[in-house]
Ligand binder design. Sequence first.
Ligand code: DI6
Ligand code: FE
Length: 405
Amino acid sequence: MSLSPQLRRLWRDVTLFDGLCVRPAPMTVLVEDGRVVGLWSQGEFDEHQAEAAIECGRGGVMTPGLVDCHSHLVYAGNRAGEFEQRLEGVSYAEIARAGGGILSTVRATRAASEEQLVEASLPRLDALLADGVTTLEIKSGYGLSVADELKMLRVARRLGQLRPVRVLTTLLGAHALPPEFAGDSDGYIALVCNEMIPAAAAEGLADAVDVFCEHIAFSPAQCERVFQAAQRHGLALKAHAEQLSNQGASALAARYQGLSADHIEFLDEAGVQAMAAAGTVAVLLPGAFHCLRETQLPPIELLRRHKVPMAVASDANPGTSPICFPTLVLNLACTLFRLTPREALSGMTAHGARALGRPDLGRIEVGSPADLCLWDIQQPAELAYAVQPGRLRQRIFKGDLTHAC
Ligand code: DI6
Ligand code: FE
């Protein structure tokens, strides 16, 4: 087969983190037609294999492009005022019950046009890209009507067309009860199940469906109805689970073969076992834990013991995690949750990809899609150790160089 020479790219002497492990010796990496086609350690490489390849770099640390598997990136307005209230001692749940919190972002998001939402979201997306993200999940959940949820999902899809990034979308209609359904949460869940999910599925706007199972949001029985509707429409499932209390939502998600249970600070051993048996990924969101000044730690030791894969994500959102800095989130995962730097990095590469049902991403193996980052550091652990923008030397998306310094 003759190959177009400009599509062959070569990196030499990189320290390689492949998504799960750090390779012991410096590696040579060859990319062709958007895929990794060769990985050699020193001595294994034969120069004729570099024929017609563009030399793109030498040295540094190469990782898979970062996979941020949980974000609420699309929204209008901000919640700085609520941040100040919380610092004065008002709790997140109290603010929510008083009609603020998520519902204040719903008001701003409903009032915004698609163009305005794109414009508001692009700087946040660009910040993620500049720190190495190549795959991003974006949830709806600030529309809470059929039209406004679909509007958010269209904006999310549009962001993926405007920038070199893979965007996966998640319908989070069951995020909060909109004011027009006050006192009728079952009525709202019926709207989510009978209209929102079918419309999003029919228009191909959602890759998955999420719920917020919590005392300030929806009950396990209501979330189960949403899962059943999602399954009828062939959509993958995930849950905001056990963030503020133990509702058994992780086990529920596992029972429905959910891709992930996210937050999980209040998860118990039975929930961990259910996740392990179903292959449901634990998504850790240390940014929200940090911003809410939470004290209940997710059960990291139990997750390790039961071999539940742990993903790490930004949860970028205007309320509980206004953080668009993925390597800071790696640092928080280590400092707050005591993950090792390798676990944190796997959490934002290989395991983040699994939480999206895309185990082909977040790895560097022969045959992997060439979504890669080359960092100006000596060893992968530095990504979690130092909080320092500007270390991304190159970002490679589907084999193309998209950021080069
Ligand atoms: N948990 C979260 O951390 C986000 N949603 C959720 O259910 C926060 C959303 C927000 O406060 O705007
Ligand atoms: Fe979230």
